[in-house]
Write a protein that binds this ligand. Structure first.
Ligand code: NDP
Length: 447
């Protein structure tokens, strides 16, 4: 049986693009369908534009601090449309670069919505049906929006990059990655920010000491937090303001509500049942360690599988799929010790086990910490302390977790994660002479 393509990829995000490009380089005849824009969540409405906004937001404090460092900085004003438009232009550039990468590898891009019509059949919204020996589902996820009355008045991370102006008052629902990152951003841009979460925690899954430090610093900066606070209703008043009713709390008037309450796999209406592809209770495609679904010819990578919703993981999965299926080099992704960061203000980063996870897993655990005020903050008169925490196996001294909050910690963590993944011990960290004066030197000086 011959098919139109060896591989048909649905979704040109981080995972799908990598899988398509590498499979084509291995000699496969590949097409990729994308219904929106090549690049996916990370490039178009996620990591990349978010990080550019973070750079933009940082100037608010940097310009203030500059005066303490002797610079005569006049009062500066901020133009959101200028930053927004520059960021969106960069997104356009990357979108074109991703498209170019695919076509230069001989991948056919189909600008249409694709759905499965069978184990080897793909129906396209332009009316065609095509066949492929292997089909890869890489359609990602979309923001979950709670079903409270008036939820349609809120926005999500999809819309936030296009706002006409910075809201004077913003309520952010959720206290995870997106909530904390955008809380920091909008605060720096001058908004009054309130975070409302259904539970009592922020950033569940991160080490409790680091989360507490972010909460303290955020409160000190003037952000408001409401815990055990589920949104019951949102109403738009005559003046355009939004009246928000929160369970167990006083009502609130704001100019914008941003839902940052998790993401849902994009599997609805994709025809997966037609091919015998099983979904889990969250609607994610069930796959094995080789990214293969319950249908032999259908694979899935990235957020649609709801394993680890991080871009570099989706890229690894796409690469492993391509190398295994078309490159004759069976490869599996190693999910151990994946470093992660939250670009909050200040940022935090982690790799490995939290203190409580380590205690549960290992029993005997030793914890070292460095709680310090970065030199730059001291001169700037900024009362913000950084915290680095190292969790070690009590028996062997092996570092099993590293958790940090403070300036530039995501940059520091990428390098430190190599040592943690390699299984180095606290003694081996301490064998390295400190690089002075840096913040990162605290990694080899922890008590
Ligand atoms: P998160 O999973 O990080 O946080 C979700 C938040 O919403 C939690 O506070 C959770 O509360 C709350 N929540 C979940 N469901 C509901 C609900 N039904 N009603 C009300 N509140 C709810 O999700 P995000 O949306 O912030 O981000 C999505 C994913 O995108 C992240 O998990 C991450 O994988 C990825 N991402 C990564 C980034 C990075 O690497 N820097 C940046 C942005 C996103 P509770 O505390 O009770 O669980």
């Amino acid at each position: 049986m011959t098919y139109d393509y060896d591989l048909f990829v649905i979704g040109a995000g981080s995972g799908g693009t990598r899988a398509a490009r590498v499979s084509a380089a291995h000699g496969a005849r590949v097409a990729v369908a994308e219904e929106y824009r090549v690049g996916g969540t990370c490039v178009i409405r996620g990591c990349v534009p978010k990080k550019l906004l973070i750079y933009g937001a940082h100037f608010a404090e940097d310009l203030k601090d500059a005066r303490r460092f002797g610079w005569d900085v006049p009062d500066c004003s901020f133009s959101w449309p200028t930053l927004r438009n520059h960021v969106l232009a960069e997104v356009d550039r990357l979108n074109a670069a991703y498209t170019q990468t695919l076509t230069s590898h001989g991948v056919e891009i189909v600008a249409a919505r694709a759905t499965l019509a069978g184990p080897h059949d793909v129906a396209l919204s332009d009316g065609r049906t095509v066949t492929a020996g292997t089909i890869l589902i890489a359609v990602g996820a979309h923001p979950a929006v709670p079903t409270c009355a008036g939820h349609e008045h809120g926005i999500t991370s999809n819309e936030v990059f296009h706002l006409p102006e910075v809201p004077g008052r913003i309520l952010i629902a959720g206290a995870g990655y997106i909530a904390n990152e955008f809380a920091g951003l909008f605060h720096q841009f001058g908004s009054h920010v309130t975070i409302a979460n259904r539970s009592r925690d922020i950033l569940r899954g991160y080490d409790v000491s680091i989360r507490d430090r972010l909460l303290q610093i955020s409160l000190m900066k003037g952000l408001d937090f409401k815990f055990d606070a589920t949104i019951e209703a949102i109403e738009r008043g005559g003046d355009g303001a939004l009246a928000v009713r929160l369970a167990g709390h006083d009502p609130l008037n704001v100019d914008c509500v941003l839902f940052a309450t998790g993401r849902v796999p994009n599997t609805s209406g994709l025809g997966l049942e037609a091919a015998g592809v099983d979904l889990d209770v969250h609607g994610a495609v069930v796959v094995d360690a080789d990214n293969r679904s319950t249908c032999e010819s259908v694979y899935a990578v990235g957020d649609v599988t709801n394993r680890v919703q991080l871009t570099p993981v989706a890229i690894r999965e796409g690469q492993a799929f391509a190398d295994s299926v078309f490159g004759g080099k069976p490869t599996r992704v190693d999910y151990d010790c994946i470093p992660s960061a939250v670009f909050s203000h200040p940022p935090l980063a982690a790799v490995g086990l939290t203190e409580s996870q380590a205690k549960e897993k290992l029993g005997s655990v030793k914890v070292y910490a460095s709680d310090f005020r970065p030199m730059k903050n001291v001169l700037a008169g900024r009362d913000e302390r950084a915290l680095y925490k190292m969790v070690c196996d009590g028996e062997t001294g092996r570092v099993v977790g590293l958790h940090m909050i403070g300036p530039d910690v995501p940059e520091i963590m990428q390098a430190a994660a190599i040592a943690v993944k390699a299984g180095l011990t606290k003694d081996q960290f301490d064998d390295v002479v400190a690089l002075h004066p840096t913040m990162a030197e605290e990694l080899v000086l922890m008590k």
